[in-house]
Structures are given as structure tokens and as C-alpha cells.
Design a protein around this ligand. Structure first.
Ligand code: ZN
Length: 104
């Protein structure tokens, strides 16, 4: 498959714990308005605005880091169906864990 004429590499940046459980993530096009720094800043802002705990809800680790990885997509538009599918799967996972009894 040939890349679209206006393609820019699409990266996915994840905010992860040491065991690679993802707290929050964002897809972005390299060469556009975003840089690794602006994306990291946005993810931290989202974490604060959504009142997401600054530690992993699965393993409890507070040692979080960013990871930037090149996706196989040539544009964000091309990536959107896959991103939407992943977002829905994450929403269902959150709902599942929210229904489980909380440890004291
Ligand atoms: Zn974790």
C-alpha cells in the first residue's frame, strides 16, 4: 500500500507504569503542530483535568513514564477506526474493573 500524498508519521504516546500498564495515551502526527514535549504536556493535563490518579490502578506503581512509538498508520484519519476500536475496548475494561469489589 502506498502512503497518502500528505502522510505524516503517526505516533502513539503512552503514559505507562513500570509493568507497561497504560494510564492514558494519545495518537499524533509527527511534523504537525505536536511534538513529543507538547504531547507529554497534554497527557499530564488530561490526567489532572480528568482527576486520574497519578499511579497505576492495576499494580499500584507510581513510577510512570512516557513511551513514544511509531504506528503503522500513514495518517490520523487512517488510524481512527483502529483507535476508536481500542478506545471502546478500554472503556469496557474500565467498566468491568469499576464493577469489581474494591480492596480495603
Ligand atoms: Zn501497572
Amino acid at each position: 500500500m502506498q502512503a497518502p500524498e500528505h502522510s505524516m508519521p503517526v505516533y502513539v504516546t503512552q503514559y505507562l507504569c513500570e509493568q507497561r500498564h497504560c494510564i492514558v495515551a494519545m495518537a499524533w502526527e509527527d511534523g504537525g503542530a505536536e511534538t513529543r514535549d507538547t504531547v507529554e504536556h497534554k497527557l499530564l493535563s488530561i490526567t489532572r483535568e480528568m482527576k486520574i490518579n497519578p499511579w497505576c490502578g492495576l499494580c499500584g506503581s507510581a513510577k510512570l513514564h512516557f513511551e513514544h512509538a511509531l504506528s503503522p498508520f500513514a495518517t490520523l484519519a487512517e488510524a481512527m477506526p483502529s483507535l476508536n476500536e481500542c478506545q471502546e475496548a478500554q472503556r469496557l475494561t474500565r467498566e468491568h474493573f469499576a464493577r469489581l469489589p474494591k480492596p480495603n
